[in-house]
Design a protein. Structure first.
Length: 92
């Protein structure tokens, strides 16, 4: 257990940051799951493109704030784009 005031403050700060980071990561995961569900069901690439843009934006924002690494964000965005390309290949 921390004894100094600065150590106690650091614990409080870490708890707040952890809660904020977990909430942001969870929101992005939910957005990605929604996109993937739409990709499996929908055959409309235009609607899926809008959903992809929203997902990529949320991933970029998460990477900018720091909870995930830039390259992790790039990898996830690439995988989502591949899903859209697969839907486009099926429909054409």
């Amino acid at each position: 257990m921390a004894h100094s005031l600065s150590a106690k403050k650091r614990i409080r700060q870490n708890l707040k940051r952890r809660a904020r980071n977990r909430a942001a990561k969870s929101a992005v995961k939910t957005q990605i799951k929604k996109y993937l569900a739409d990709a499996k069901q929908s055959a409309d690439p235009a609607a899926l493109q809008k959903e992809l843009a929203a997902s990529q934006k949320s991933i970029d924002q998460l990477a900018a704030k720091g909870p995930i690494h830039k390259k992790t964000a790039a990898r996830r965005k690439s995988r989502l784009a591949r899903q859209l390309n697969a839907v486009r290949a099926k429909t054409s």
